[in-house]
Design a protein around this ligand. Structure first.
Ligand code: PMV
Length: 308
């Protein structure tokens, strides 16, 4: 039996703009995880079970391109293993799907690690990251690579597309409340819509992207110099720019307003948007109060996480 696990993630600053070369900040969320276990069985093939989403299939019957099939195939190829058989792969995850918390990346990365363990082989984190990025392309079309990077390294990251990863030094830990609108939304769709808008109006969208990049760089400095309590207004500003890009939603805006009124220092949507999760910066002693207010306003789930 081989087991591996990977955390969820949130984007603190810079989603969407990161697809266009701007920097973004993302951190792991260890309260939610994807777990993969590989057992030997007496059958010939590879059985994949994900009871949480009522998925039970044989590897061979998966239509191509399938993210799980591609992950297995690409991992075996990097590990220089011709074929795998007689195994059952169990996937369990409490990361909501299509909600901006990195569910796809976490499943891929836990699966890659579990396969390497099962085959008694080693992969570098760089190899894991590259493999997971290939699968992200199936999920998201043209991903920046931020999700697979933050989940692979399981550490706060300052990320610029196609550049070497930079681990973010968090000088003073801070607390984030995450609120789920309960409405899943496709990142592929919101990213494609932004692309269409950008093509129609390159100047306006170019300005929005570079303003978000500026906010992200300021946020990085605050986090690294121990002034994380000052991130609130930057989150508010980033949210406003994402609204201008039309990737927020009524439900996200409601939860963002609710968090601010309940005492958060700032709040914004997080991830692809149009649904999924929002995040709020809070003083630790206000976390429960803000989480409660979010639930009363309709959040289907809240998570309190410490960024350190
Ligand atoms: O997977 P999500 O919903 O957290 O979105 C990732 C962030 C985007 O910037 C919207 C897309 C990307 O590939 O960076």
């Amino acid at each position: 039996m081989s087991k591996a696990s990977a955390p969820g993630k949130i984007i603190l600053f810079g989603e969407h703009a990161v697809v266009y070369g701007q920097p973004a900040l993302a951190v792991p969320v260890t309260q939610v995880r994807a777990d993969v276990q590989i057992d030997n069985n007496s059958d010939a093939g590879i059985r994949i079970n994900a009871p949480g989403i009522e998925f039970s299939e044989n590897f061979k019957s998966l239509a191509s391109p399938h993210p799980l099939a591609a992950t297995i195939k690409n991992t075996l190829s990097v590990l220089e293993v011709d074929s795998l058989s007689g195994v059952t792969i169990h996937i369990r995850s409490n990361i909501p799907i299509a909600s901006g918390l990195g569910s796809g990346a976490a499943v891929s990365i836990a699966l890659i690690h579990a396969l390497a363990k099962h085959l008694k082989k080693k992969l570098t984190l760089e190899q894991v990251n590259t493999l997971a990025y290939e699968t992200e392309k199936i999920y998201h079309g043209t991903p920046s690579g931020i999700d697979n990077t933050v989940v692979t390294y399981a550490a706060p990251v300052y990320f610029i597309k196609s550049q070497p990863i930079e681990i973010l030094k968090v000088n003073k830990p801070f607390t984030i409340v995450i609120g789920d609108t309960g409405y899943p939304a496709s990142t592929l769709e919101s990213v494609s819509d932004v692309r269409v808008q950008h093509r129609k109006n390159p100047e306006r969208y170019g300005t929005l992207f570079s303003m978000i990049g500026g906010i992200t760089n300021t946020a990085r400095r605050l986090i690294e110099n121990g002034s994380s309590e000052s991130l609130g207004p930057l989150m508010d500003e980033n949210h406003k720019l994402l609204q201008h890009m039309t990737v927020s939603s009524v439900e996200l805006d409601d939860l963002v307003d609710t968090a601010r009124k309940a005492g958060a220092l700032g709040a914004k949507m997080s991830g692809g948007g149009r649904g999924g999760n929002m995040i709020a910066l809070v003083q630790p002693e206000k976390a429960e109060q803000v989480a409660q207010a979010l639930k009363e306003a309709g959040a289907t789930k809240t998570i309190v996480t410490r960024v350190e």
